[in-house]
Design a protein around this ligand. Sequence first.
Ligand SMILES: Cc1cc2nc3c(=O)[nH]c(=O)nc-3n(C[C@H](O)[C@H](O)[C@H](O)COP(=O)(O)O)c2cc1C
Length: 471
Amino acid sequence: MTATEFPLIIQGGMGIGVSSWRLARAVALRGQLGVVSGTAVDLSFTRILQDGDPGGHLRRAIAAFPVPEIGTEALRRWFRPEGRAPGTGYTLVSMYRHTMTVARQQLIMLANFCEVWLAREGQAGQIGINLLTKVQFPTLASLYGAVLAGVDYVLMGAGIPREIPGALDALAQHQPAQLRADADFEARPLAFDPATHAGLAGMNLQRPTFLPIVSSNSLATMLARKANGQVNGFVVEGPTAGGHNAPPRGGDRHGPLNERGEPIYGPRDGVDAAKLAELGLPFWLAGGTGSPEGLATARAAGAAGIQVGTLFAYTDESGLDPALKREVLEGVIAGEVSVRTDPDASPTGYPFKVVERGGVAIGAADRRRKCDIGALRTMHSHEGRTVYRCPAEPVDDYVKKGGKAEDTERRRCLCNGLMADIGLAQVTETGGHEPPLLTAGDDLVTLGRFLEHTGASSSYTASDAIDWLLT
Ligand SMILES: Cc1cc2nc3c(=O)[nH]c(=O)nc-3n(C[C@H](O)[C@H](O)[C@H](O)COP(=O)(O)O)c2cc1C
């Protein structure tokens, strides 16, 4: 691959479902890299099917899956042609675990396949998939599903994806792959064997280009030298980026905070682009780079281009609920919206950016703690058995499994909040809906500048965003 084949713009992978196949497809049609989010995509897949699969898109993608029985089983289990009766909640999918049944693995494979397949359908542009390293248990099945659909790029941050290059090499050859399991005890590796899923071995697959998402020179150097296979470039993400951020250098989330209760970042949190370039690999700068000036500055610093999130998150094609999008964009125009880096909100322990209106997080309703999706659970040993915990679950449950009550303070349920963001909120016991939890980069507040430029009020397309970035 030559440098000229690399995209100038990577549309950032935004979970859950914000970087939908529609958005990735729209970006790829413009010759830039469209990225779908694979994070928990099996959960949104089952919910869309329960809502009757409006437009029939998932059913079209399922019909293209190379093992028809896997698709038939998913439809039998999840598809409700009439949708849900009013007030009826979604049927839940079993939670991710270290070892999952063949059927559960196949649901993950199929959902990731469908998301990539729909983004690629009938167009020749390039498509990537974004996964969070921290959400470990479904990773190998997700990657295999995406590779079966011919994904061009894999992008992974939120952790150190050191064993992903080797896993991609293996999966693209239908060979078994393994990842070290993160746990507070010596756990068996996470293993995935494509041979368990009969009928796929004859397919010719391509090994996708792998771009880890890093926030420091030292991590980039380590991955370039010590990953178990080839790393093909980097996305370098700064602390102004939407979603999760790396904690400040040398500090943690309890380190010094500013008057808004945000972690304090300094010059040491930046990346030295010249030093990064010495690794000889292409890189893209992310975090506040989503503007024509951002692109020009990145190119001048030796980057292949930029990765942009926030600007794409509020396009017509993104998976965000249209009413929420409108509310935020109107708030941006009125100067009422702000973004706060919350050190505690995310159960992962990483700082997480939260969109606020009038100083209050959008959707910050009181909510009864409940863990019924569990995508962020981690594995621990407690009283001789393996337990799974999430600091946003009910405090008693967390403590019963050996967790410390203070670790649960101010944690919010990202799983339910992010599903609500994309219009797939669970119905609560009281007949209401799980509240949303919106994230965006610091750039959100300057989105008004872009809206002014395009003359858009509260609606614009991915193509409008790309036109602006390339001016
Ligand atoms: C709504 C939203 C969700 C995001 N989710 C993810 C994610 O799941 N995985 C990831 O690696 N990055 C995620 N990001 C980060 C973006 O991929 C991108 O790197 C970042 O937004 C770039 O900075 P910008 O927002 O200033 O353009 C998210 C960003 C936003 C705005």
